[in-house]
Design a protein around this ligand. Structure first.
Ligand SMILES: [Zn+2]
Ligand SMILES: [Zn+2]
Length: 362
């Protein structure tokens, strides 16, 4: 069932991963149906909610597994990016009683309070990265349907599982872990495909990588999360992108990735590479300025030189009005760091959770 040499061509879009966990590949993103292996008819939970427009497809596969009359006990979100919550609106309409859970630090982006830091197409790596500027940036607002995961690490609707805070790709990113057989639903904390590449996204060639680079605003945290996962001796990694991997090959690649994360995974250039965006329970607090494309920089310098030359040559002319060219002091510009003033009160969980997990999985 599990293979480390699979590709899109030989892997059905909807298939069991291990007993109690099935995957649905929704174009380029995965979502998961999780349940107690001893009760394959349910109850069950949905982990992540795919791309916009996928609600009926997700519901149809749920009906295949658990019958058409059985909504999930809960929907769990690894994070709130559009490819993981795209169909949530439609699902919530179809399942009006079902609660949704996410990390408290992820709630601002799911309740309309804050937008994520902008994606960073300057990290390069392939078509998926260059295209990232067209991805939706507005915050979703699921209102009171979304609530915080329990602080004790338990997972609603999934006894035997626990959630782990794995930030970096987003501030409140979580992964879900079944301790008994070390099955991880990783979200985008790690992937098993080179997510920035259009070609690899198409073929789904399996290899362990970090989070999709263009959407990752904190690389130190992303590394710490991969290091945490590498220490956990995972048997199966069911990721948000890529075909699930398992066993020694998974652990070998994950250990290597953690050891060389900055060298092989952290982009050489990018908006967030040297300085992360920061956030708290109220949403984004600081976004580093965008990198200026060298061509644009060159044109700007060239323009400034020409402007100075023009001024110098016109300066001696009589009767020319000396209107100021502008008010430089009022220019706040796209290059300045953006600061948010709407401070939220809430730093629940973050450090405390990470410390506890760190000590639990040395
Ligand atoms: Zn993501
Ligand atoms: Zn994703």
């Amino acid at each position: 069932m599990l293979s480390n040499t699979a590709s899109r061509a030989d892997t059905p879009a909807f298939t069991p991963v291990v007993p109690g966990l099935s995957v649905l590949r929704d174009v380029f993103v995965n979502l998961y149906y999780a349940f107690d292996p001893a009760q394959p008819q349910g109850p069950w939970v949905l982990i992540d909610a795919g791309l916009p427009g996928s609600a009926s497809k997700i519901g149809a596969h749920a009906a295949e597994l658990f019958g058409s009359e059985q909504p999930p006990a809960a929907i769990l979100l690894t994070h709130g990016h559009f490819d993981h919550v795209g169909a949530l609106d439609g699902l919530l309409k179809a399942w009006p009683e079902v609660p949704v859970f996410a990390h408290p630090l992820e709630l601002p982006y799911l309740t309309g309070k804050s937008s994520y830091p902008p994606p960073d197409p300057t990290v390069g790596g392939g078509m998926m990265a260059y295209m990232s500027f067209v991805y939706p940036k507005h915050p979703y607002d699921f209102g009171s349907r979304v609530q915080a995961l329990p602080a004790d690490g338990s997972v609603p609707g999934l006894p035997g599982w626990r959630w782990l805070h794995t930030p970096g790709h987003t501030f409140g990113h979580v992964s879900f872990f079944r301790e008994q057989d070390k099955v991880l639903v990783a979200g985008d904390a790690m992937t098993t495909v080179k997510g920035e590449s259009g070609l690899y996204t198409l073929t789904q060639k399996q290899e362990v990588h970090g989070p999709p680079a263009y959407f990752t605003p904190d690389w130190d945290s992303a590394r710490a999360s991969v290091e945490l996962l590498a220490r956990m001796d995972i048997e199966v990694a069911a990721t948000g992108h890529g075909i699930p991997m398992h066993g020694d090959e998974l652990r070998r690649q994950l250990t290597a990735l953690a050891a060389q994360f900055d060298a092989v995974e952290r982009p050489k250039v990018g908006r967030y590479v040297k300085q992360p965006a920061t956030a708290d329970g109220g949403g984004v607090r600081f976004i580093p300025p965008p990198l200026v494309n060298p061509w644009v920089k060159g044109l700007a310098i060239g323009g400034a030189v020409l402007g100075l030359l023009a001024l110098a040559t016109s300066g001696g002319r009589k009767g020319r009005s000396q209107k100021p060219l502008g008010k430089p002091g009022h220019y706040t510009g796209p290059a300045g760091p953006r600061r948010y003033t709407d401070h939220g009160p809430d730093q629940r969980y973050s450090q405390q959770r990470t410390d506890r997990i760190e000590t639990q999985y040395p």
